[in-house]
Design a protein around this ligand. Structure first.
Ligand code: NAD
Length: 387
């Protein structure tokens, strides 16, 4: 049996959201063993939480700095091999850069960083270290999203003409939503969330999904970002027109003030020969459309799907899979990359730091565009401009 990969976690302490999802996803793969962690900024609470998770006291650390120094001092066969970073956006860069420099692989949650400059520093650190870096863009872990990507790459839609993606939530639609929830409070604080609110939090997923499924890059954007709820200093709602590298155009909406929308991520891609539609709240169906023909509905985990989708199926057809399995698929791909390191398995199976930089560049371009009356803004020129 292959030895498990020794994993550490930074963030994901008591009451945190995504850290628990990472721990479940890692354990679903049966490839990781969580051996160390620094789970929150309060040193004593962090150590106590590590022990609660069953970690050895000596490896339940009070800070990520202590974790990196102590783990790096252990013999190579004992120290952790990689870190999952599940802290708010503002600290991703400092933790990831320190971890990479100390010789650890990093699997970080999105957005890569709070701002474009930090994401660029992370990109340089990944290159300098030669270590692996992955971003957990959850939705690329769904089997039918992989199926759509493969079919589009094989020409199923003909020439791509239009992409519509919307990611709508309502959990920040009221003024009081920001009070009393730690998830809401840091997301609405520019010092913690970074240069954007909803566009970074969920727009980054929508951006990544467009590029992942289409196989193209977003090259220009004309956007309007707004703070709808009184007193908010960061965007909670926004829309963008965008151009794709192959000539198609699209629409991206990201909003956390859409009453009645819980986690409504939907993407539609239209080409000369057909269209495809997938939504996160019904992730086990992919709808294919052709002019003047009945729709075709593909179901997850069926033998008629392609190799990528079948390779990640965990249950027999008709037994629904969802968010946790998609997350586990990203962990599984990261496990394969760690095991094969320094070889690079293809396809990689998880988003890279380049994808993370691209998302932050898109966010910066959208903000610039919005400030200039929704003027079309080229992503390629973005590092030469400042807000
Ligand atoms: N992939 C997804 O679908 C998805 C979903 C939700 C959140 N996220 C991302 O995950 C990250 C965390 O979001 P969340 O909702 O879990 O936040 P959260 O507030 O629920 O949890 C953050 C945790 O990090 C800890 N923390 C903060 N700074 C720390 C530090 N310096 N050292 C150690 N621990 C520290 C906090 O104490 C807390 O336990 C964000 O970047 C967010 O964008 C991704």
């Amino acid at each position: 049996m292959t030895e498990k990969i020794r994993l550490a976690m930074v963030g994901g302490g008591p009451g945190a959201f995504i850290g628990a999802v990472h721990r479940l996803a890692a354990s679903m793969t049966d490839r990781f063993d969580l051996q160390a962690g620094a789970f929150c900024r309060d040193a004593e609470a962090s150590r106590a939480f590590g022990r609660e998770l069953g970690l050895a006291s000596a490896r339940s650390y009070g800070s990520y700095q202590e974790l990196l120094a102590s783990e790096a001092a252990l013999p190579p066969a004992e120290r952790v091999q990689c870190l999952a970073i599940v802290t708010p956006n503002d600290s991703h860069a400092e933790i990831a850069i320190a971890a990479l420099a100390a010789g650890f692989h990093v699997l970080c949650d999105k957005p890569a960083a709070g701002c474009l400059e930090d994401a660029l520093r992370m990109q340089a650190a990944v290159e300098a270290s030669g270590q692996l870096f992955g971003l957990t863009h959850t939705y690329t872990g769904y089997p039918l999203v992989m199926e759509a990507r493969d079919r589009i790459a094989a020409g199923a839609l003909g020439e791509l003409r239009r992409v519509h993606v919307s990611y709508l939530q309502d959990w920040l639609s009221r003024e009081e939503d920001t009070r009393g929830s730690k998830q809401a409070s840091w997301r609405n604080d520019p010092a913690r969330s970074g240069e954007s609110g909803a566009f970074a939090d969920i727009g980054s997923h929508a951006f990544n999904l467009v590029e992942f499924m289409s196989g193209e890059s977003i090259t220009a954007v004309a956007a309007q970002l707004r703070s709808v709820v009184p007193g908010r200093t960061i965007d909670d709602d926004g829309s963008a027109l965008f151009s794709l590298s192959g000539g198609a155009q699209g629409l991206l909406a990201a909003s956390q003030v859409c009453t009645g929308s819980v986690n409504a991520l939907k993407i539609e891609l239209f080409g000369t020969e057909g269209a495809m539609s997938w939504q996160q709240e019904q992730p086990n169906t992919l709808v294919l459309k052709r002019r003047a023909e009945p729709d075709t509905i593909l179901h997850a985990n069926m033998d008629y799907l392609g190799a990528s989708a079948r390779a990640v199926a965990r249950t027999p057809g008709g037994h629904p899979e969802g968010y946790l399995e998609a997350f586990a698929n990203i962990y599984q791909a990261f496990a394969e990359a760690v095991t094969a390191f320094p070889e690079a398995p293809q396809p990689r199976g998880f988003a890279s730091i380049d994808d993370g930089v691209a998302a932050l560049r898109f966010i910066r371009a959208a903000r610039l565009s919005s400030q200039q009356g929704s003027a079309w803004t080229e992503l390629a020129a973005i590092e030469r401009k400042s807000l």
